[in-house]
Design a binder for this molecule. Sequence first.
Ligand code: ZN
Length: 270
Amino acid sequence: MPELPEVETYIRELRPQLAGKRVVAGEVKWPRIIATPEPALFTELIRDRRFDTFGRRGKYMLLGLDSGETLIVHLRMTGEVRIHPASVLPDKHTHLLLTLDSNERLHYRDPRKFGRLWLVDDPESVVGKLGPEPLDEGFTPEGFASRLAGRTASIKALLLNQSIVAGVGNIYADEALFLARIDPRRSGGELSMPQVSVLHAAVRAVLQAGIEGRGSSLQSYAPPSGEKGSFQENHKVFRRTDLPCYQCGAAIRRIVLAQRSTHFCPQCQS
Ligand SMILES: [Zn+2]
């Protein structure tokens, strides 16, 4: 699933492909892909709108339209947005087509159909419950500590909780915990303030490195340019089960925590 660095890469690559282009017509092929409003109203409201601003909140893309409304996209597992010449035909996994005034079409494609799109006046109605943006100044070690205080869940599960910090998913949670040398099974409320500070810095460092690598391309994921990201080459623990730890040589372990596969070094992380 695309996490903050992948979604940030998406927005950076969509901006030059989409900025200033106007929607001439919309066609919803699978109605449930549109969370709100009803598909007929969606196509009516988006017609004649121009793509104006490009933002991100957590794992959500915020595409601002010149009407003041925002098209919000969450790719979840297998969603992808591509801008193709009008001559490119949609395949059976394309659930939304937006015809643009540039003789191109935006294709929203999603084989597993977990992704969703919203067209709203106020983005807060969709993203308002998210925790702080980890790369913003508002995300502080003290604020992070107060959100973890008293929590008995594993620190891995708490990093995945979007109301504690937005945008971190399975890859970057495992990588941040390795960098901070913290065992993913420890309960979040038990971490000392120095450990929370180290983890706070580690979360920011792995996300920043992920953005610089244009994300991690695992399975089919690739940003809109189609050129895959490279951060998977820098993973220290994620999907390195049984391979030697780069720090100490011990075999990386894989366990299941919060129903998600979790990778860590049993020697370096305690
Ligand atoms: Zn190790």
